[in-house]
Design a protein around this ligand. Structure first.
Ligand SMILES: *Cc1c(COP(=O)(O)O)cnc(C)c1O
Length: 414
């Protein structure tokens, strides 16, 4: 047998202009690389986790004691949140794109009975779960949520705050109000909105559980932590039913973050091996978020998304999204159907835009941590080049004029 040792893996610098991950901030990478070797019970690592917990409460806008972060990616935090959903639990889930679709699958897996899971283990049809499908490109509305909760009276309701697959903002106010009205515990996928939108989860008392991710609004890809936050009623329910997991049971996981029996304690206790590198990086990303300020950052996303939207619209593209961290668009009619080809051409050149991951095929261009006029100019310029390469007749002067118009006030103010 021959042993093959591959050459050292080199990964190039690309322009990450997709729906996520965003460009990890240089300060975050520095914190990651600069951390010393320390075990997961070393005093500064534990202190860092406690400080992260407090910063997370400010970023989420909450007094929830059970606010901490789950090691891993967005799905890790979501899995921890969904761990309280037990076989046979009545659930209504709203799906309007790729991610809320996967969340709905997770809920069908969690709520399926043993027989239902065995009957179709990768796609169980749980009788207790109702998935309301909202067409791609549309938002989940208050009316849709209210009608479904009134009809089904579930224990849990689920919605994505921002559905990154179709680029749509869903009505979190309507969702929370409907949950309160019908005595339902809301669960929300806030993977794409935390650190981008300016919201405080304590303003939405109908929502009992929230889960986000490290690498979108928080600019912290080096495999770190998925922020979560739970209201008391969620924790009571979880305590009462238990969950079929040790590692992702939020009550267990919270202990390492210094949360025991519903109260803060001075020092965390062992749950799993945390990485000092990851804690340092995550800590820095939270500091960065608070230093910039939630409201400032949200305003900056609004401004740059508007510039990008108007620029691609001037190229004849049709934007169907309303999130501020990305645009989801269709190509002009004469290039319709060539979206995937254009995305592949861009990606081959290190310009990392994305297609949609479920039908219909659209193009997604993101601006996570690209909140500078020069970055938007570059993204717009490279996208225009890619359209020209497919034969489009892009009026560069018109596009430039639009960006000039958007950025003139900012430049004048400098
Ligand atoms: C990106 C995303 C996820 C998945 O997050 P990972 O970090 O890839 O695990 C889930 N939900 C939404 C809304 C997302 O945007």
């Amino acid at each position: 047998m021959t042993i093959q040792i591959f050459p050292r893996l080199e990964i190039p610098e690309t322009l990450a202009a997709g729906p996520g991950p965003g460009n990890t901030d240089a300060r975050v990478l520095q914190a990651f690389a600069g951390a010393g070797v320390a075990d997961h019970m070393q005093a500064d690592v534990l202190r860092g986790m406690i400080e992260c917990k407090h910063m997370l409460r400010d970023i989420w806008g909450t007094q929830n004691t059970y606010t901490f972060a789950v090691a891993g990616t967005g799905w890790s935090g979501l899995d921890a949140m969904f761990s309280a959903v037990m076989p046979g639990d009545k659930v209504v889930a709203f799906s309007n794109g790729t991610f809320s679709g996967i969340d709905s699958l997770t809920l069908r897996i969690k709520a399926a009975t043993q027989a239902e899971l065995a009957a179709d283990s990768l796609n169980p049809q749980a009788a207790s779960v109702t998935v309301i499908e909202v067409p791609h490109g549309q938002s989940v509305s208050a009316e849709t949520v209210d009608a479904a909760l009134a009809e089904h009276k579930p224990k849990w309701a689920f919605m994505a705050h921002w559905e990154t697959g179709s680029g749509r903002v869903n009505d979190i106010r309507g969702f929370s109000d409907a949950c309160e009205r019908h005595g339902v515990m809301g669960l929300v996928d806030a993977v794409s909105s935390l650190g981008v939108a300016d919201f405080s989860i304590d303003d939405y008392p109908g929502i009992a559980g929230w889960a986000s991710c490290p690498q979108k609004g928080l600019c912290c890809l080096p495999l770190t932590y998925a922020p979560v936050s739970f209201r008391e009623e969620y924790v009571h329910s979880l305590k009462a039913t238990g969950a079929y997991t040790y590692v992702h049971n939020p009550i267990f996981e919270a202990r390492h973050w210094g949360i025991v029996d519903g109260a803060d304690v001075e020092k965390g206790s062992y749950h799993r091996t945390h990485s000092g590198y990851a804690v340092a990086a995550f800590h820095e990303s939270l500091r960065l978020t608070l230093q910039e300020g939630r409201a400032n950052r949200a305003e900056s996303y609004r401004m740059h998304e508007a510039a990008l939207r108007d620029a691609v619209t001037a190229m004849g593209c049709k934007v169907t999204s309303n999130m501020t961290s990305l645009v989801v668009l269709n190509l002009p009619d004469d290039l319709a159907g060539r979206e995937m080809e254009l995305v592949q051409n861009c990606r081959a050149e290190g310009f990392g835009i994305w297609p949609t991951l479920s039908a219909p095929v659209q193009i997604r261009i993101g601006i996570l941590n690209q909140l500078r006029p020069s970055a938007i100019w570059e993204i717009v310029g490279r996208f225009a080049d890619a359209m020209r390469a497919l034969g489009a007749d892009v009026d560069q002067a018109a596009v430039d004029a639009i960006l000039d118009q958007h950025y003139a006030p900012a430049v004048a103010a400098q």
